[in-house]
Design a protein around this ligand. Structure first.
Ligand code: PEP
Ligand code: MN
Length: 263
């Protein structure tokens, strides 16, 4: 069902008027984790000033260590929804288990399935049963074929509102947090009809690489760029080293808008 052969036209996933897969290139920005109303509001206002409509933020965080901040859970989703409604934005947030689907349907506009759950088949089947946009991230060490099959699980249940997200894969290279597989973008666009997003934050794990990799992603045909922004990354409860602060976010956006003009 995800195959381009079966379905030659691009699938457009529309999120409150913002169309992913339509040929327009969008930006999904926001903090790694929801920490407070004030934190989310500050990011949302900066995004609004840039004309952006898609805000990300984790309420249920899949952390490598059980002793790290696990997210605010329900309270985090409520904060996201409140800010999104005040500012006029759509929200994307990750869930970790099928038990969270019900609240996610209520509070989010797009449900994110993270890299660690790309092959959580029960979760994929559950989100496949609803008519809700799903942002599916590539697994930590998943091949493109495995990634496409994970998306197939969702479509097989009837939900074709799936957005694929390349977020880097684990290789022997240690200079970056993961290795961004930029060629996955044209391969996924060729093999499937689904929109493709590139997450420059989790793939590189380096602030100094966000701008050049985002330019590469736009040039190669990504439908959207995802990156993390925090009002004060030095005190962030997760991914402190790799989130942009607000002045850096504006510089990033201004630079990418100028770059898009030249494409
Ligand atoms: C995230 O986007 O918040 C996240 C945890 O990313 P990933 O699943 O790609 O590691
Ligand atoms: Mn993060």
């Amino acid at each position: 069902l995800v195959s381009r052969k079966a379905h030659p036209n691009d699938t457009i996933v529309e999120i409150n008027g913002t169309k992913l897969g339509s040929g327009e290139q969008h930006f999904i920005m926001g903090p790694c984790a929801v920490e407070s109303y004030e934190q989310v509001k500050a990011v949302a206002l900066a995004m609004k000033a840039q004309g952006l409509t898609l805000m990300r933020g984790g309420a249920f965080k899949p952390r490598t260590s059980p002793y790290d901040f696990q997210g605010l859970g329900m309270e985090g989703l409520q904060i996201l929804r409140q800010v999104a409604d005040e500012v006029g934005m759509s929200i994307i947030s990750e869930i970790l288990t099928p038990h969270d689907v019900e609240v996610a349907l209520q509070y989010t506009d797009v449900i994110q399935i993270g890299a660690r759950n790309m092959q959580n088949f029960e979760l994929l089947k559950t989100v496949g049963r609803f008519n809700k946009p799903i942002l599916l991230k590539r697994g930590l060490a998943a091949t493109i074929e495995e990634f496409i099959n994970a998306a197939e699980y969702i479509l097989a249940q009837g939900n074709d509102q799936v957005i694929l997200c390349e977020r880097g894969i684990r290789t022997y290279e240690k200079a970056t947090r993961n290795t961004l597989d930029i060629s996955a973008v044209p391969i996924l666009k060729k093999e499937t009809h689904l929109p493709v997003v590139v997450d420059v934050t989790h793939s590189t794990g380096r602030k100094d690489l966000l701008f050049p990799t985002a330019k590469a992603a736009l040039a190669i045909g990504a439908d959207a760029i995802m990156a993390e922004v925090h009002p004060d990354p030095t005190v962030a409860l997760s991914d402190a080293q790799q989130q942009m602060n607000i002045p850096e976010f504006h510089e990033f956006m201004d630079g990418l808008k100028a770059f898009k003009e030249k494409l």
